[in-house]
Design a protein around this ligand. Structure first.
Ligand code: NYM
Length: 212
């Protein structure tokens, strides 16, 4: 196997607009890293299974209305309720591939007009990703892929705003992936970048907390 027994896992986050391909790519990364013998799990936010997650899900499916600040804090709370498990997994050597994280939280809420610093504040202290892969796609192109499921936020004009706010969050942990390339090319790039990250975490890159 690949592991030094005390090696920590990597926190790898996938971000991007709705329909940018995050979910299919996270499945591919999971089986790739698994196949190489690394302990790895795939997570996603929102985690709709928790009690907070159920409130979020009902908001997203338009079954409930919430003030913009309130839903923002629920998304954040949903990450906090998984924080200690996340930290324990990473420390015990399991890598996590996470479909959406704090960057979605800030980009979607600030696109509604909330102050960006206000949006970031409740994320402070969560585990910082070792790597954020941003699947970059023009909003028009993502919309053409179809399958906007009719949930809240799945509208072209709003996604254009979200894209602008995502660009402001770009930090050194980000790698921008051209999500318009054929799926196999996107997959190949992402595998290489993810493997590098897992290896550097294994070699002792320290864990840190948001925001960097
Ligand atoms: N979303 C997701 C937010 O607005 N804030 C957050 O913190 C997170 C994690 O929820 N349109 C939005 C982005 C998506 C929606 O995500 C549900 P998904 O990946 O479609 O389940």
């Amino acid at each position: 196997s690949n592991g030094k027994s005390d090696a920590r896992g990597a926190l790898i986050v996938l971000e991007g607009l709705d329909r940018s391909g995050k979910t299919s790519q996270s499945a591919r990364l999971l089986s790739y890293l698994n196949g190489l013998g690394y302990p790895v799990e795939s997570w996603r936010f929102p985690d709709r299974e928790t009690s907070v997650g159920k409130m979020i899900s009902s908001y997203l499916t338009n079954q409930s209305q919430l003030d913009d600040h309130t839903i923002h804090l629920l998304f954040s709370a949903n990450r906090w309720e998984k924080k200690s498990l996340m930290e324990a997994k990473l420390k015990s050597g399991t890598s996590l591939i996470v479909d959406r994280y704090s960057y979605s939280g800030v980009a979607f809420s600030s696109a509604k007009g909330l102050d960006i610093e206000w949006c970031k504040a409740p994320e402070v202290g969560l585990m910082a990703p070792d790597l954020v892969m941003y699947l970059d796609i023009p909003p028009e192109k993502a919309a053409e892929r179809g399958g906007y499921g009719g949930e809240r936020y799945e509208q072209l004009e709003f996604q254009k705003k979200v894209a602008q706010y995502y660009k402001m969050l770009n930090d050194p942990s980000w790698k921008i992936i051209d999500a318009c390339l054929p799926m196999e090319d996107v997959e190949k790039q992402m595998k290489e970048i993810a493997l590098d990250c897992v290896v550097s975490c294994q070699k002792g890159k320290p864990l840190s907390h948001l925001w960097l």
